[in-house]
Structures are given as C-alpha cells and as structure tokens.
Ligand binder design. Structure first.
Ligand code: NAI
Ligand code: MG
Length: 502
C-alpha cells in the first residue's frame, strides 16, 4: 500500500528560510565560509529526486584551515579555560535549542534523508536531545584515580584529559542523531571537532552548526565540513593535525580510515561499521509479538540501519506460521514520502543505494532463494523517488551473498533451524558482530543466547532500542570502541599518570 506523494506539505517558516537562504557554507573557526576553491554539490530529496540546495564541497585546504581553527580553539582559554561544569552548561543549552527548533530540524531530516517526519520528530530528535543532556551531566564528572604502588613515598594519580582535535565522520541514516552521538561526548570531554556529515544528508549538521554558535560554543570548537568521502573524509583521516577519528559507516571505508591513520600520525580510531544481525524466533515465543518485532527489526528506516535484523532464524515447528505472518504483514507496511500522513517507511536515501538493493535482490533470485513478499521498486506516483517494497526471502543456504553481506535496504532473509548448536554456529557465521535478537518465553534460553552470540548488543523480546546511557558498538568486523554510556568517554579522553615523590 503506497500513499501518493504530498506536494502541498506546509514547511515551518524556519525550515523554508533555511532552504531559501542560498548555498550552504562550511563552518570554520566560527565563520560560515565558501570552500577555498568555490566547489559545491547539490543535496537531493530522495522522495522526489529533486535538488534541495547547493552545499559547499570542502577540499584538503578547507580541512587544513579547520584543523588550524580547531587546534587554536583547543589551546585557547575560551574553551580550555572552562571547567567541566561550564562545558556541561553549554551542552545543556545546545539540547534546549535542539528542542526549540525540533520541528524544523525534523523537517530538514525528512527532506534530506527521506525518513517519515514522525520518525524524525519523535525518534531522532528526542534521542539527539537526550545525548546532549546525558553528556552534559558527564562533563563535570571525569574523575581520575589514585593508585597504590609498590614504591615507598610515591603518590600516584591519573588525570583524564581530552584527545585534542577530533574528526567525526558520519553516515546518512541518522544524520543529526549520529552527529549527537559523537559531538556530545567529544565536547563533554573537552575536545574540539571537525564534523563531516554524509554527502547525502548534510543539512541538519549545518543547522546544528548554527545552533552551536547560538548556544555560545566558542568559535573553532565545532567546525562543519560538508563533502563526499573523497576528498573531504579522506583529508580528515589522513590529516596529521587530527588526534582521533570517530567513524560510523561501511566496513570498507572503516578499513581505509584505519590505514590512513596508520600512515599519518597514528591518530586514534574508533569504528562503528556494518552488520548482518541475526534475529531468532524460538518456537516457544509469543509469535504475534515476535513477527511484529522481526518486521520492525529489519524494515525500520527502510532497512537502512546498521543493526537491522536481516538474518531471521525461525525454529522449525514455528517456521511456516511465521513466514506466513511475515509475508502478510510486510504487504501492509505503508511505504511513501516522509511528509505523507501515516507512512511507516520512506525511500532509499539515494539512487545508488536503491540500485545496490535491487542488485542484491537479483542475486537472491538468481541463486534460487524464494521471494515471499515484495522484491520490486515502487513505481506509479512514487516512480521519481527511490522507493522499495519491503522484501522477504526464504532460503536454506547461509553462503548466499544476500545472507552474508550488508544490504542496507528492506530485505529480510528467513531460514529454519532445528537445534541449538546449529543455531549458534549459523548465527555467528558472518564477518559481522554488531547486534542480535531473540524471541522466547524461556528465560534461561534467552540468557544462554545472549552469551553465545558474538555481537555488541543483544535484544531479547524487543529490538532496535538505543539509549544515551547504554554502550553500543561492534564485535568482529563491525568495528571497535563503544559509543554511548560511560564507555564513550574512553573514546574521547586519554589517561595521564602523575607520580609525586613525597
Ligand atoms: P560510506 O561508508 O561510504 O559513508 C559513510 C561516511 O564515510 C560518509 O560521510 C562518507 O562521505 C564517508 N567516507 C566515504 N569514503 C571515505 C573515505 N575514503 N575516507 C573517509 N571518509 C569516507 O557508506 P555509503 O557509501 O554511504 O554506503 C555504502 C554502504 O555502507 C551501505 O550500503 C551500508 O552497507 C554501509 N553503511 C553502513 C552504515 C552503518 O551505520 N553501519 C551507515 C552507512 C552506510
Ligand atoms: Mg560511499
């Protein structure tokens, strides 16, 4: 079922003014500036394919200018001279302004990314606000320790100090929220930052830059560099003046960032990468809830989520009923433009992403997997945008490309399993280890699964929940480092050990 595009949605005056305000510039040292070579690119509305606005394309020279500004801000009294509590107050102000402008920010997210307005306004926005508040609270609580040592008359303690200038490179699926995941702890710990949003979705990061200035974050503390991986992202990961890069995106680019860090200044790296998460329905589960949960786990954000529960394992006795339920309910998911009322999911973010998804579907068809729902691009009124039907394959071959590789689209691969050892072995049989889910009424089975599965997050009888307080990150090739919670503070601080001879 596909609602028609709504062309007559009335944007907030602030959103319209932002779009009408001419080409978007880079934020460097507290000033909005064009790229040194004047380069720009257009960001598109994925629901229509139409260009929204031109945005500056930062090159190596712009990255270099931003590093100089961020370094000066890191050393300068306006930032380094603040107490943690004062930094916390500024972050709290950022959160207040995000709330004040939440309607506009949500509209920008829907325009640029395509996600339903309701998801942006009631999902991404409040979570971004919560991140700034959570880390505002930590800013004044970064304690060291005192350490008993085996030398007499020595007093040893540790200080937790910021890394320095950090580069934050983020993807397009949760643009504002990913910026918050990284900026809030980075700033709480006293770093200064270069933020590079994805080229598909630069707009909310730019608006966030304005909000940072309005909140009174000192010039140069947050610099925003828009542009693609090449040249902008690569210039950040190779820059010798950047102390740490935090990245979320594909495993392939994660490797490149690590290599660039190794070859430049051994900058610290944290990586939140791809996933191919197993989601398990045991025969004893509440099957109605499990089916709904499994659909949401894979189709939420049109499948463009690193944690998407794309490999669904169903215990044999429940298999036929679950497949039937999934196929019937998948057809009831309303796909449409993010501004249309009551849509569940929006378009793919780009034509490139749509083509990737169609390629995987073709590979599944060719290899003999069975399509039980969807499988096609959506045409008709939605033909201009990048809309995909929620698609469900059944299969019995874990080596299929469709089962092994991250698709990042609304494509589920469902299979039956018979026993525990088989399940554990198959659930762990990809190079990824980001997340996993299981549905069961058996408490000890739930806990045993949580221990057996190699994944950074496990959801039992729920899926896809996040919180600023709960650490998140990958096992295996899904990356390393934990964002959110107290553990994220480790990503943005380094320990100094001080010895005092008494
Ligand atoms: P990507 O990994 O290329 O892009 C993510 C970010 O990295 C963007 O800001 C991009 O400009 C930047 N980037 C790209 N090349 C770079 C380089 N050489 N050096 C530094 N930064 C660079 O992801 P893309 O191409 O947008 O999507 C491709 C696939 O990646 C998706 O189909 C999906 O499988 C995966 N992906 C995973 C995400 C996750 O949350 N784990 C998010 C986005 C994509
Ligand atoms: Mg790319």
């Amino acid at each position: 079922m596909t609602p028609a595009p709504t062309t007559n949605f009335q944007l907030q005056p602030g959103t319209q003014a932002f779009l009408d305000g001419g080409p978007k510039q880079l934020l460097i040292g507290g000033e909005w500036v064009a790229a040194a070579d004047g380069a720009t690119f257009a960001t598109l509305n994925p629901a229509t394919g139409a260009a929204l606005v031109d945005v500056a394309l930062a090159g190596a020279a712009d990255v270099d200018r931003a590093v100089t500004a961020a370094r000066a801000a890191f050393e300068g009294q306006a930032w380094a001279g603040l107490t943690g509590a004062e930094r916390g107050n500024l972050l709290w102000k950022v959160a207040d302004l995000l709330e004040k402008y939440a309607d506009e920010l949500a509209e920008l997210e829907t325009l640029d990314n395509g996600k339903p307005l309701r998801a942006a306004r009631h999902g991404d926005l409040p979570m971004a606000v919560r991140h700034f508040r959570y880390y505002a609270g930590w800013a004044g609580k970064l304690e060291g320790t005192t350490i008993p040592v085996s030398h007499p008359n020595q007093f040893v303690y540790t200080l937790r100090e910021p890394m320095g200038v950090v580069g934050l490179i983020i993807p397009w699926n949760f643009p504002l929220l990913m910026a918050a995941w990284k900026l809030a702890p980075a700033l709480a710990c006293g770093n200064t930052a270069l933020l590079k949003p994805a080229e598909e979705t630069p707009l909310t990061a730019l608006r966030l830059g304005e909000i940072m200035l309005e909140a009174g974050i000192p010039a140069g503390v947050v610099n925003i560099l828009t542009g693609p991986g090449l040249p902008t992202g690569a210039a950040i990961s190779a820059h010798p003046g950047i102390d740490k890069v935090a990245f979320t995106g594909s495993t392939d680019v994660g490797r490149k960032i690590m290599a660039a860090a190794a070859q430049s200044n051994l900058k610290r790296v944290s990586l939140e990468l791809g996933g191919k998460s197993p989601n398990v329905i045991f025969a004893d589960a509440d099957l109605d809830k499990a089916i709904k949960g499994a659909l949401w786990a894979v189709f939420s954000t049109s499948g463009q989520e690193c944690v998407a529960g794309t490999r669904l394992f169903v215990e044999r006795p429940a298999y036929d009923a679950v497949v039937e339920g999934l196929a019937a309910q998948a057809q009831r998911i309303r796909v449409g433009p993010g501004f249309a009322p009551k849509v569940h999911i929006g378009p793919m973010v780009s034509d490139k992403q749509l083509q990737t998804v169609l390629g995987y579907i073709e590979s599944g068809r060719t290899a003999g997997a069975t399509i039980v729902a969807g499988g096609e691009r959506i045409g008709g009124d939605l033909a201009e945008g990048y809309f995909m039907q929620p698609t469900i394959f059944t299969h019995s071959d874990d080596s299929l490309k469709l089962v092994q590789e991250e698709i990042f689209g609304p494509v589920a691969a469902v299979t039956a399993f018979d026993d525990w050892d088989e399940l554990v072995q198959r659930a762990n049989s990809t190079r990824y280890g980001l997340a996993a889910g299981a549905w069961t009424r058996d408490l000890s089975k739930a806990h045993r699964f949580a221990r057996a599965v190699k994944a950074g997050t496990v959801w039992i009888n729920t899926y896809g929940l996040f919180d600023a307080a709960a650490p998140f990150g990958g096992y295996k090739e899904s990356g390393f480092g934990r964002e959110m919670g107290a553990e994220a503070l480790d990503l943005y601080t380094q320990t100094k050990t001080v010895w005092i001879g008494l």
